[in-house]
Design a protein around this ligand. Structure first.
Ligand code: MLT
Length: 226
């Protein structure tokens, strides 16, 4: 049943062994189970939080309404983005997750709501992997995403999302200060083993940076302790 007024989402939570959490956001017609194995392949130690989109399009779950393929219902997108951000905050408290270490992994419609979270609710995500994304919205003014790591992985032969869209999204996120890497694969809209490998390698780099930063923070705290 659709429950538009409540922030609660049907979701799966798989506890991990590290401080990192991957927020898994499925594509149109997916569900909260869909990306669990992808999440594990990307990071064998992370917590996995995977909500199911609440909007139904001909019975297929999505994260926000669209009027046609690639044409979004902006009012619904904005409302659903905040609803999902509220859920992430509540779930972080419930499961004791460190939000400084919470990265979204979104595919297609899930990548679009992840990009919307970055642009409309900066601070909700510490970074994102956007697989086959397009531009969900361009807020005015842009948020401050200084230093937020983002990976965009697009398909050169994607029949749903033209390469231009991915480049525009990269430009928008960079305009907001995010550190965006982009990779084009010689493939279409579907995910490939190559996609997983690109994302896994990128995440390993982000992990190293985060660990370094937190040990630097620890050192600074120790140095300034009375
Ligand atoms: C969207 O609606 O978010 C995009 O067109 C991608 C899709 O889900 O097909």
């Amino acid at each position: 049943m659709n429950q538009p007024e409540t922030p609660g989402f049907l979701h799966t939570f798989v506890p991990g062994r590290s401080a990192r959490t991957l927020l898994l956001l499925h594509g149109t017609g997916g569900n909260e189970i869909d990306l669990i194995s992808l999440g594990r392949a990307l990071d064998s130690d992370a917590n996995l939080l995977s909500p199911r989109g609440k909007v139904l399009e001909n019975g297929m779950p999505r994260f926000f309404r669209r009027l046609a393929e690639g044409i979004f219902d902006e009012e619904d997108l904005i409302r659903r983005t905040h609803e999902l951000a509220d859920f992430i905050e509540q779930a972080s408290t419930k499961y004791g997750l460190n939000r400084q270490n919470l990265l979204a992994i979104g595919y297609s419609n899930g990548a679009n709501i992840a990009a919307s979270l970055l642009l409309l609710r900066a601070g909700t995500l510490a970074g994102a992997v956007l697989l086959r994304p397009m531009v969900p919205i361009v807020p005015e003014p842009l948020p401050d995403l200084k230093g937020v790591p983002v990976l965009v992985v697009s398909g050169r032969y994607d029949s749903i999302i033209p390469a231009d869209e991915a480049l525009q999204l990269v430009a928008t996120l960079r305009g907001a200060g995010a550190e965006v890497s982009i990779s084009f694969e010689n493939t279409g809209h579907g995910l490939t083993e190559g996609t997983v490998e690109i994302a896994r390698r990128w995440l390993a780099t982000v992990g190293r940076v985060t660990e370094l930063e937190s040990s630097e923070i620890r050192n600074q705290q120790e140095a300034s302790a009375p």
